[in-house]
Design a protein around this ligand. Structure first.
Ligand code: MN
Ligand code: MN
Length: 317
């Protein structure tokens, strides 16, 4: 039987399967495209929006690039995890949330779209778009779970105060902290290598710290800080060094390797993960899919983390 084109014919929960990586419908890791959220554990959703960028735009093409790159990786349980997230979880590709004509940032529209997923009982894995998309996503998550602890991978703190009335992809966590939808006291920012005098109370593991510490020690600090609180992982791809992620709008040299970032994620098992995003992939500046592949790998390992953390938490109850 033909098994390819699982984007149309696959079933949620069927596990990673060998598919034709160079053809067919490009859903995320070849999970089925569907809008029915019944009994779904995780809905992957693209938000192709990049008008909140302050430097180079192009992240609107990120969701498509990540989906395409994911097909090269969609064939076996991700190493070194013990769980196939596509068997342990019923994962679907929920398609993209289109911005509204004339409402450039579409905050309430994106928030409602993600709230619909969260309220159905599924978790959302959001593919950006620029980092601003984390703001409506966090609003939707906070409405369901209360204030959220952030595990934030980035070269930038994104907690700069807005100079005008608007919010952009460098100020949305300042706004989110003011609105108390995130809890800086239980949150950590990893990979920071830009200056912002006001940390707003976030714990910061700078890029230099990551180069000197083990992934295990960093993860321990993060886990101790979040405790049992609801956690959202937001991964700005510019956390990685431009050598590992050239395809992004605001690159900063001196960052993490893909391995260093994955090595931290692999040590975070047991946290109360409720939502995730991978943002700021801008394929026009990419070479040989380096950035899109890194983003797809990070996204699938976030799903592994979600799968194993939930199994572990169920067991310990
Ligand atoms: Mn950044
Ligand atoms: Mn960012």
């Amino acid at each position: 039987m033909h098994t390819w084109d699982n984007g149309f014919r696959g079933k949620p929960g069927q596990g990673m399967s060998h598919t034709l990586s160079f053809g067919g419908a490009t859903s995320f890791f070849r999970v089925p495209y569907q809008t029915d959220l019944t009994e779904v554990d995780v809905a992957v959703i693209g938000v192709p929006l990049d008008i909140a960028t302050t430097n180079r735009s192009g992240a609107r093409l990120g969701p498509r690039a990540i989906r395409t790159a994911s097909l090269s990786l969609a064939w076996e349980r991700p190493w070194p995890w013990q769980t196939d997230p596509m068997t342990a979880l019923r994962v679907i590709d929920y398609g993209d949330c289109e911005p509204v004509d004339g409402d450039l940032l579409s905050v309430s529209h994106i928030e409602k779209h993600i709230a619909h997923i969260v309220n159905s009982g599924a978790a959302a894995l959001v593919l950006g778009g620029d980092h601003f998309v984390a703001y409506p996503s966090l609003r939707a998550h906070a409405a369901a779970y209360g204030p959220i602890s952030l595990i934030h991978f980035d070269a930038h703190t994104d907690t700069w105060p807005s100079s005008g009335n608007g919010i952009n992809h460098g100020t949305m966590f300042h706004q989110a902290a003011l609105e108390k939808i995130i809890e800086p006291a239980s949150s950590t920012q990893i990979g920071i290598r830009t200056t912002n005098e006001d940390t707003m109370g976030f714990h910061i593991v700078s890029a230099a710290d990551v180069h000197e510490m083990s992934g295990r020690d960093i993860a321990r600090q993060i886990r101790e800080r979040v405790g049992n609180s609801p956690v959202y992982i937001t991964f700005d791809i510019d956390c990685l060094d431009p050598a590992f992620a050239p395809g992004t709008g605001t690159p900063v040299p001196g960052g993490l390797s893909t391995f260093q970032a994955l090595n931290i994620i692999r040590e975070l098992k047991g946290i109360n993960l409720v939502g995730m995003d991978v943002v700021e992939v801008a394929p026009a500046y990419d070479h040989a899919e380096i950035t899109a592949l890194a983003a797809a790998q990070i996204a699938i390992e976030l799903l592994c983390l979600y799968a194993e953390s939930h199994t572990q938490r169920k067991k310990s109850r």
